[in-house]
Structure formats: structure tokens, C-alpha cells
Design a protein around this ligand. Sequence first.
Ligand code: GTP
Ligand code: MG
Length: 354
Amino acid sequence: PSAVVKKLFMQGKVVTINQEIDFETAEEIALEFNCICEHEEVIDVIAELLKEEEEAADTLVTRPPVVCVMGHVDHGKTSLLDAIRETHVTSKESGGITQKIGAYRVDVNGNTITFLDTPGHEAFTAMRMRGAQATDIAILVVAADDGVMPQTIEAINHAKAANVEIIVAVNKIDKPNANIEKVKQELTEYGLIAEDWGGSTIFCPVSAHTKEGIDNLLEMILLTAEIIELKANPNRKARGIVIEAELDKGRGPVATVLVQKGTLRVGDSVAAGSCYGKVRAMIDDTGRRVKEAGPSTPVEIQGLNDVPNAGEIIMAMDSDKEARNVAETFIAENKKKLLDDTKHKVSLDALFEQ
Ligand code: GTP
Ligand code: MG
């Protein structure tokens, strides 16, 4: 508004911010601002795309829950995921492409659960920052012989900030010094109160070693998913989140993405943060080549022009040009933000100097 007022002032028209001007003047001004408008339009398009639009209820179908495993170092996150995978991954491709994808699906009595095997909290933090809901349920792993530790608390805070359901898996119950009750007592301090302690948090005692309690944990995940009613529209342009990405020597940039809405197809033009491209090939969590991936499906894609950051939102666009536009605007916006931040810092520094 101030720029418009200024422009009018330069033309000798003194106006206030809420004053009406005639059509011709408005048109003239609009034309003068045209180049900016175009840029702003793209930003508007991105903002619009990023907005969690309400979808008509009749387009939504039930989708599998997306679960991530969190907890303190050495409490058994990887062992627990391995134990689940050993017992519940149905299709194993022998001699297929090495399974390196950081996400996989398990089948529990005909129901699918998608697990995110994110290294550290990097991706999760990025997801949280963008307010994107990549995970529906967090499994908080606490070793029964060690109890609540600093990273346990950090994990609780991350999950709470992302508004994710928490299921506690009290692991290593096979150990002689395991103390499940102590873990329950310690977690009351963080608002995670077990049902037998008068709360509503699900606690599952498990052992990744003996596999005791694993089936119960999976059942609890499915039960929770049923209660929170997870739905998505598979019949729209895909939108998802980058779980991890790297530059592969032979294949170029490859990104593991979790499709959240819509269906991603080979041939789709996509934008992911500052990157764009056409999906050239897709590999699923078993190493098989697939043509399409629906909601809650993790896939590895090839065809991006560069390596996107974990946590970046990936969107299928109408055309290559549009995808490129979105990526370029993203870069421009980030640069501007960086510049603004620097300016801000400089002025703050100047302030402190005085
Ligand atoms: P980071 O990825 O380093 O944070 O560790 P993590 O949480 O993934 O733990 P990991 O699965 O690597 O297990 C740590 C150690 O605990 C290993 O020596 C496992 O063998 C052991 N462990 C994991 N689960 C169990 C269990 O149920 N019982 C017993 N006795 N040991 C376990
Ligand atoms: Mg681990």
C-alpha cells in the first residue's frame, strides 16, 4: 500500500490508504506494478498450494498410518524396527536393488503400516518447522532398564509440537533389571500417563530381542490409526514430503518421498523446495519399480535436477514450466529471506553497538 500511495503522490495525487481512486488511475498503477504482480502471483500460487485445503469428504478414503520411531540413544529403535520388519514384511525381493529406502511398509493382518526409519531427528525437525504432518503416530522407545533420558524428553517435545499421537514402547523387558513401572512413573511428569495409572497413553512392553509384545504394539498402532481416522484423496495431484535425498553416482539425484495426498506417477512434473524435474523412475520400499504411488506410500524417485533437503514439500505440478517456476520462486524467496535476516541482524548489531 505504501508503494501505491507513494507512486500516486509522485503523480501529484495525494491519497490516503483507504481512499477510493478512479478506474483509469488504478489501471495505470496496476500496469506499473505488473512485473512485481507476476512474481507475487507465483508466490500466491505457492502459498495456495502449501495451504492445507479442505477436501470434500466424499473424495477421501482411508489411508495407512505413518509411524516414526523415536527415543534415546541405544534404547533399541533400530532393533525394534528390525524385529517388526523381520516378522511382518511380506514381499522380499531377492537380488533386487539394495533396499536403502528410509521408509517401509509392513502388513499386519491385511492392514498396512508405513514406518519412517529416519536417521536422527533431522527430517523430523524440518517437518515440524514446516508444520507439515508427515507422521501420524510416534513410537516413543524407552529402555526398561534405563528409563527416561534427555533424548526421550526431546523426542516427546518434538512429537507434541508436531501434534502427533504418542505410543510408548517400553523396550528391553527381557533384561533382568527391567522396570516397566518406573518408566510409567517417570513419564507421568511429561503428561504421558498410562491407562493403569489413570491416564490415556498406550504403553506397550516389548522386547526387540525375544519379539515379545511386538504383535500387541502393531495392534495398538492400528487401533490408534482407526480412532484418529486417517484419510486422504488419492485422486488429485500428488503432494508429499522428502524423507531423505542424495546424489547417486549412476542415477543422479534420488529422493525418498512419502506421498501424503494424491497419487504420484512416473512422468509427473514435480517441484520440491528449490528442485524440480520430471519423475523418471520410481522404486518402492521392496526395491521394485512402480508406476504410481498413492497416499502414505514411500517411494524413491529419480529425475530431480538437484538434491532437495529432507523435510521439503514435494508437489506434482501441471507442467514442467510450472514446476520450474515454483522451484525458482522458492529460491528467490529464500534468498530474500536470508537477506532480510542478515539486514535484521545488522541493524540489531548496530543497536547493541550504540
Ligand atoms: P541409536 O540409533 O544409536 O540411537 O540406537 P537405537 O535406539 O537404534 O538402539 P539399537 O537398536 O541400536 O540397540 C542398542 C543396543 O540395545 C544393542 O546392543 C541392541 O542389541 C540392544 N537391544 C535392543 N533392543 C533390545 C531388547 O529388547 N533387549 C535387549 N536385551 N537388548 C536390546
Ligand atoms: Mg538406531
